[in-house]
Each structure stands twice: as C-alpha cells, then as structure tokens.
Design a protein around this ligand. Structure first.
Ligand code: FES
Ligand SMILES: [Fe+2]
Length: 422
C-alpha cells in the first residue's frame, strides 16, 4: 500500500461450490465481442459462447431477489477472477457517466489533466475556445501515451516521434511522413470521449451510443448519474461550491469492490476498527436510505456539550455512495469525495479530494489536524481492505452473509452491479 499526496493540480493522478468456477484467461471482453473480424471462425464463436455461458453462471450465482436476511454476498470469484474484472470494465466502467476529476483542474483554456480508467488512458483539456474536451490519450502513430500528468499546454506533442495534436484533438503535424500514401490528416486526430461537468465534477462517458461531445446537457447527465437523488444530496448539505483544499491518493492491494463494501456496511465496522472516529459519532443514530443508483448513510455527531475544542465532524455526517465508485461525504465544515479506480482484479487507487467551508479555508492548523485524522481512518480501512482481499483469495472462503440491520447499502451495491452485468 502506498500513499501519494498532491494538490488539486497534482498528478492524477453463493454458494460454496462456486470455487469450482475458474476463469483464468486474461483478456478484455471487448476482444470477445463479435465486432472483431478475427472472431468469425466457428471455433472462435463456440469459444465465445462458452465464455459467455461461464460469465452468465458466475453472474447468476448471486441472487438479488433473495431477502436480505437469507441472502449470500457475491462469490469471491467476483473479487479475484481477472476475467470477471475485464467484464466489469466493459459493462460497468466503459458505460455510463464516470467521475474523473474536478472543474478546477481545467478552469482555464489550455489546462489539462490525464488519468486512467481501467485500460482507458484519457486526457481532459480546455481548448483555446474554452470548450471542455476529452480524448483517448494515445498517439495515433504508434500508440505512445501522449500527455502525462497535468498542467497547461497549447498543443500535445508526442514524446516519441513528435506528432502534434491541437487541444481540439486535430492532428496538426505528423513529422517525417513524406512519401506516405492514402493518409488523410483528418483521419488521425485524437479519439474523442464524451465529457460533461456537474457542479465541480468532471465526468466522462465512453459509451459510443452516447454521441454528444463538449456541451452535454447538465440535467440529463445529472439524471443519468444521480437518478432522482441530486436534490436529496443538496438538502443533505452537499455544497458544490465549496473550495478544494487538498488531495490524497492511496494505492490499495484489493479489488475495487472491497473498498466500496467497506464504505457501505452501515457503520458496522466503525466501533471495532475506528475507535477515534467512533468517539465523534452517535452510532445509534445511523440511518440508510436507498435510491436507484445512490445510497445515503447518515449519522449524528456526539452531543455538543461533550465536544472538545476541535470538531471535524460537526452535528451530522452524511456518506453518499454513487454507483459504481464515487462517494461524497459531508461532515462539519468538510466535504470530501472518494473516487475508487480499479487497477486490476486485486488492486485499486482511491483519490480523496477535500473541500472546506470558505470561512476555514485559510486555517492551516485546522486543515492539517483534520487531514491527519481523516488519514488515520483511511490507513485503518486500508489494512482491513487488504486483509479482506487476502481472505477472498483463500480457498476457505466462498461467499458471506449480510448483517440485516446495517448492510442494506452494501446489498444494494451488489444488486446494482448484478443488474449492470446481466
Ligand atoms: S508514437 Fe507518437 S509520434 Fe510516434
Ligand atoms: Fe472505515
């Protein structure tokens, strides 16, 4: 496990028999889908059918209809199988709107930042006209990554052979290609990705059926991303105008869902694993509300009279989970967001961005102490998550059970995923 620190402009950086399933091939499902001409032979098609059959069995081994009290959690293969991970990338992350960054990172013309979602390398930039753009960050010559990190640029020059692209994605210069035939410069611009902003968040959508580009309709994006929940979030104190003050990045040796599950256990682990955090919360007041693709957990802080001079959590904490991998947390003067990026079946990166009430944004001592406390909680969670991943990989474990009074949000997450995968 490693921790990276940076500012906002820093680098982006069910059952027991299921152990019988074994999908060890490492491939992307996109390479299985019949748009690839290489799959036209009958043997390829039959193996494709076979693979789909295996996936179907694996997905259907989780039953979303069983009542929570009797339900089993998804089988460990969902967390340990490389080909299941490839399926998730295709069906979950390469479709629909995905949070990738913040408007502040691309505030002015020529600002850009890069990132990765699964195997997709992307660059987000604001072109000379002020339009927000997103592209696959891959040179059209020999596939070199084009831009890296973040900052300001007037064009993207490939570090390999210096092909040069405008911030609007056009190929401006292809070096030393004299003699090339059947080459139209207009065919070799950067591959665009749909991009939109919602409040302070930058979202991308790699679904090719979603054909709009720069100016996505905010209302439609909000509906697609948050369902009926956008107003509920604002009434729970989500203030999209708070200034950004810090970023922390954690690389964790666990499947991305292990981190989400840990977040979604309704405070179950808090008294056992986060003693300091538990002392600031009245866990008896924990409540959970479930919406289409969002779940909201709330908990009151401890009574005013027993608070000390330092109060990071305030009178109420709200933890909103936006399927599949984004969390918005609001407590006291703070709002933080957690973006869980899958990096492999057993590895993920979590990016924490911290926003703070304007009145405190220059209070360095308060910020430092709050971040220290928050970081302690993250370190405690990382140890738990990495331990769970090891346990999931053990032959002793196949699937678990839900604690019915607290783990509804986790169950909802698993059901959303099941729905998404079928
Ligand atoms: S790979 Fe980019 S110019 Fe050759
Ligand atoms: Fe935790």
């Amino acid at each position: 496990m490693e921790v990276l620190r940076s500012s906002i402009l820093g680098s982006q950086q069910l059952f027991p028999p299921l152990k019988l399933y074994s999908f060890k091939t490492r491939f992307s499902l996109s390479k299985l889908i019949p748009f690839s001409s290489s799959l036209s032979s009958s043997s390829s098609l039959s193996s494709l059918r076979e693979d789909r059959g295996k996936f179907r069995s694996l997905i259907e081994s989780f039953d979303p209809k069983t009542p929570l009290e009797e339900a089993f959690t998804p089988p460990s293969s969902w967390y340990t199988d490389p080909s299941f991970y490839a399926l998730e990338l295709e069906k979950v992350f390469y479709k629909g709107w995905q949070a990738v960054g913040y408007v502040e990172q691309v505030k002015s013309s020529h600002d850009f930042f890069t990132g990765r979602l699964g195997s997709v390398q992307f660059v987000i930039c604001r072109d000379a006209n002020g339009d927000l753009r997103a592209f696959h960050n891959v040179c059209r010559h020999h596939a070199s990554l084009l831009a890296s990190g973040c900052g300001q640029k007037s064009c993207f020059v490939c570090p390999y052979h210096a092909w040069t692209y405008g911030l609007d994605g056009r190929l401006l210069k292809a070096t030393r290609i004299s003699g090339i035939q059947k080459f139209n410069v207009h065919d070799y611009g950067l591959q665009p990705i749909n991009v939109a902003t919602l409040g302070p968040f930058v979202l991308i959508n790699m679904d090719s059926s979603n054909t709009n580009s720069a100016n996505e309709n905010c209302k439609r994006v909000a509906e697609e991303w948050l369902g009926s929940c956008s107003e509920i979030l604002s009434t729970n104190g989500v203030d999209l105008s708070l200034p950004h003050v810090a970023r922390r990045e954690y690389s964790i040796n666990c499947n991305w869902k292990v981190f989400c599950d840990n977040y979604l256990d309704g405070g179950y682990h808090v008294p056992y694993a986060h003693a300091a955090l538990a002392s600031g919360l009245n866990l008896q007041t924990y409540s959970i509300d479930i919406f289409e693709k969002v779940s909201i957990q709330t908990c009151e802080g401890i009574q005013e009279g027993s608070k000390k001079d330092f109060d990071r959590l305030g009178s109420k904490a709200m933890y909103a989970f936006i399927y599949p991998n984004f969390m918005i947390n609001r407590y006291g003067p703070w709002m933080d967001t957690n973006l869980v990026l899958p990096l492999g079946f057993d590895k993920c990166q979590v990016i924490f961005d911290y926003f703070l009430d304007c009145s405190l944004k220059d209070d360095k001592a308060f910020i430092e102490r709050s971040l220290e406390e928050s970081e302690r909680v993250q370190m405690e969670d990382i140890i738990l998550c990495e331990g769970v991943q090891k346990g999931l990989e053990s032959p002793a474990y196949c699937s678990g059970r839900y604690a019915p009074t607290v783990e509804h949000a986790m169950r909802h997450f698993h059901c959303c995923l099941h729905q998404n995968l079928i």
